[in-house]
Design a protein around this ligand. Structure first.
Ligand code: E4P
Length: 217
């Protein structure tokens, strides 16, 4: 399973990348706002840190303007993945951008039928938003499972990118279902390492080691 960081915070991205945990990054207009930087500068810096796909989102809602924005974003770096919304214009743009060999992440997916359309448009990634479905009392994981079944039925190469993942449990469940990628805030990715028995065990080993009076090397 690939790990993408859902952030435009360059410091956090650098830290995760140094840990060797990062396969890519997803940003969106809200995350760019939070970063305080311009989309061009922030995306360029992220692309220089991470070798994998870095999603940058178009904000136009009409096909021609989406394509214009996509062309500008594509020029930032080779690993920019153009993010388009799951609308008819977005799907049309997806097909056109993919025909040039560029990566596309179709975002704001909330149903299996939407994911089916994105696969037919040749999307590189489909982003079902787990957390936002949970927020309204639905089951985000059920959607990931439905998409997995549909994509496997037809061997669609589109990768399932479980998005809006906010908890370590979201990450585990998405991995168990077979999501290809999960994107989560850096704090959630780092929290995957935590277990009280690991901390307790390490503390006991270090205490016993101190009693031996030895040093390694
Ligand atoms: C995905 O690409 C989105 O940026 C993101 O996962 C949205 O998450 P949120 O619902 O926590 O805002």
């Amino acid at each position: 399973m690939k790990f993408f960081a859902d952030t435009a915070d360059v410091k956090e991205i650098r830290e995760l990348n140094d840990l060797g945990l990062l396969d890519g990054v997803t940003t969106n207009p809200s995350l760019i706002l939070k970063s305080g930087g311009s989309i061009a500068e922030v995306t360029k810096e992220i692309c220089s840190i991470v070798a994998g796909p870095v999603s940058a989102e178009v904000v136009a809602t009409e096909y021609d303007e989406m394509m214009r924005e996509a062309n500008i974003l594509s020029k930032i770096a080779d690993n920019v993945c153009i993010k388009v919304p799951l609308t008819l214009d977005g799907l049309r743009a997806c097909k056109a951008i993919r025909s040039d060999g560029r990566m596309v992440n179709v975002t704001l997916c909330f149903s299996a039928n939407q994911a089916l359309l994105a696969a037919k448009a040749g999307a590189s990634f489909i982003s079902p938003f787990i957390g936002r479905l949970d927020d309204i009392g639905l089951d985000g994981m059920e959607l990931i499972a439905e998409i997995r079944t549909i994509y496997d039925n037809y061997d669609f190469p589109t990768e399932i990118l479980a998005a809006s993942a906010r908890t370590v449990n979201h990450v585990k469940q998405a991995a168990m279902i077979g999501s290809d990628v999960v994107t989560a805030p850096p704090a959630t990715l780092k929290a995957l390492v935590k277990h009280p028995l690991t901390d307790k065990g390490l503390e006991a080993f270090l205490a016993d080691w101190a009693k031996t009076g030895q040093k390694i090397g």
